[in-house]
Write a protein that binds this ligand. Sequence first.
Ligand code: BJW
Ligand code: ZN
Length: 252
Amino acid sequence: MSSTSPGTAPLPDDIREARLRLARARRVVALTGAGISAESGVPTFRGADGLWRNLRAEELATPRAFARDPLLVWEWYESRRRRMGSVQPNAGHHALARLEARVPEFLLATQNVDGLHGLAGSKRMVELHGNLWRLRCLGCGAVREDRRALEDLPPRCTCSGLLRPDVVWFGEDLPAGALEQAFTAARAADVVLVVGTSSLVYPAAAVPEAAISAGAFVVEVNPERTPLSEACALALRGRSAEILPQIVGGAA
Ligand code: BJW
Ligand code: ZN
C-alpha cells in the first residue's frame, strides 16, 4: 500500500530527475530534521504529537525554562531518552549512509539529537543541535556520554554541579565549527537534500537558502509544504523512508 495519497505522491519524473542528479553529483549535502526519524517512532516537534504535557518545544528547549524549572525540563528529556533508547534507524537513515559511501565529497548536517544517523553508519556528519546522549556540567563544564536511564532527576556531576543535556536550546549558539562546515559544504554542493524538517528554525534553515543562492540543486523530501518548498528545485512530497531509497538506489 502506498503511504501517500495519489494527489500528493511525487511524480515519477521528479523521482527520476532527483536520482539522476544524485548519480552525477560529486558534492552532496544532506540536511535532516525530526521527520527522518518519525518512521523510527521518534515524535517530531511541531506535528500533532509534538506536544508534551501541553508544552511546546519553544517553551521547554530554552535556557530560561531550565533555569526556572530544571526538573520539568529534565523530565521531558528523560522521557525522550527512554523512548529513543529502543528505536532503530529506518530506510531513510540507511539510504543516506549508502549515499555517503559513494559520493566523493559528502556532508550530513543533522538537526536531530537522537544519534540514529550514526547508528545507520553515517560518518561525515555534523550534529548542529547537539546530542541527547551527552550531558554537560554547568559547574565544571565536563561533558560525558551516558545512555543509561537517569534515576535521580535533575542529574548532578561528581563536582555537584547541575548537569544539562548537551543540546542547543533557543537563544544559544550552534557549535561554531559544525555550522560553518554545513554552510561551506552547502555553498559548494551540486545537490543538497533537505529531509524531514519544517525549515522554521534558524540558522539551520538558512543552510539550504545559502545553497540555492550559490546555485546548488536543492531537493526537499517532506510530506508537507514548508517555507522552503517554493524556492527549491524539486519538492518530493512523501515520507523519507520511502523516497530516499528510491532516489539513492538500492543496497550498496
Ligand atoms: C516528515 C515525515 C516523514 C514528518 N518523512 N518528513 C531568524 C528569524 C527568527 C528567529 C530566529 C532567527 N535566527 C535565530 C532565531 C531564533 C531561533 C529560531 O530559529 N526561532 C524560530 C522558531 C523562529 N533560533 C535559535 O535560537 C538558534 N540559535 C541561534 O540562532 O543563536 C543565535 C541567536 C540567538 C538569539 C537570537 C538571535 C540569534 C538555536 C535553535 C535551537 C533549536 N533547538 C531545538 C531543540 C534541540 C534539542 C532537543 O531536541 O530538545 O532543535 S528546537 C527543535 O526544532 C529541535 C529541532 O532540531 C529543530 C527543528 O525542528 P525540525 O527538525 O524541523 O522538526 P519539526 O517538528 O519542526 O518538523 C518536522 C518535519 O518533518 C515536518 O515538516 C514534517 O512535515 C516532516 N515529516 N514525517 C519526512 N515520515
Ligand atoms: Zn561538574
